[in-house]
Design a protein around this ligand. Structure first.
Ligand code: PEP
Length: 259
């Protein structure tokens, strides 16, 4: 099964409009001479306030080399939800992806599996693609419950999602202890957990659909680690935090994931 790799940059709460424009222009420039068919699908997720400026800058990017993602959304279409942003509002900027279930949202903002499931369903209904994050804490890893925890996160995130729709979601396996710490998860181990995710997806949606799902690794991905990660059988790309904030390092990661 050949799955087109994705390299997605999660800019988190960094970059005002001017800084976002500078970064997206740097990324565009770094990949301008590369044929689109050789590139992985490149995705950037700026803060909400930079969605418009980044959207404008990538709309002229020949043949859609860069896609836009939001870092979060609310599942209701509109109403008295102060501080939240609906999926339709995100669609205004021509975003194609929305990251949900990031460990920072689960841990700092208390987001539950149930809420993440509601967001996943609403995103799919709106015709966008959720990038659903999952991952274990160091404590869970040391207790030996990594696999059961990840499987449970996946099952709960995808409850009541049709099998054919499961095929189109993107999953990011992000061990929490590897995020922003500089400690990358060993590639063979990351691949093993990603296979657990694929087996879980097969139980939910059947093997054919599970084989289509792109599953990314995230957690201190760097230009020096990407080739080994991409060489694994089930790692279909990366969700990149810190190293996506510099055009040069993000471009090196993109190039490291090229066919
Ligand atoms: C992330 O926040 O999704 C992430 C993987 O961050 P970092 O690459 O900085 O570890």
């Amino acid at each position: 099964m050949s799955r087109r790799p994705i390299i997605a940059g999660n800019w988190k709460m960094h970059n005002n409009r001017a800084q976002s424009e500078e970064l997206i222009c740097g990324i565009k420039d770094a990949i301008k001479d590369i044929d689109k068919d050789l590139l992985p699908e490149v995705v950037v997720a700026p803060v909400f306030t930079s969605l418009d400026i980044v959207s404008k800058n990538i709309s002229d990017c020949a043949c859609g080399k860069i896609q836009l993602a939001a870092q979060n959304c609310y599942f209701e279409p509109k109403g008295a939800f102060t501080g939240e942003i609906s999926i339709d509002m995100i669609k205004d900027f021509d975003a194609k992806f929305i990251i949900i279930g990031h460990s920072e949202r689960r841990q700092i903002f208390g987001e539950s599996d149930e809420l993440i499931n509601k967001k996943a369903i609403a995103i799919i209904e709106a015709g966008l693609t959720p990038i659903i994050c999952c991952g274990e804490t160091l404590e869970q890893r040391e207790l030996g419950v990594t696999d059961s925890h990840i499987a449970s996160q996946i099952v709960k995130a995808l409850e009541n999602v049709k099998p054919a729709d499961v095929a189109n979601v993107v999953i990011a396996y992000e061990p929490i202890w590897a995020i922003g710490t500089g400690k990358t998860c060993d590639s063979v181990e990351a691949n093993r957990v990603i296979k657990v995710i694929r087996t879980t997806l097969a139980q939910i949606a059947g093997k054919d659909n599970a084989d289509k799902v792109r599953i990314l690794y995230g957690g201190s991905v760097k230009p020096e680690t990407i080739k080994e990660q991409m060489a694994q059988s089930d790692i279909d790309g990366a969700l990149v935090g810190g190293a996506s904030l510099k055009a040069d390092s993000f471009a090196q990661i993109i190039k490291g994931a090229m066919k």
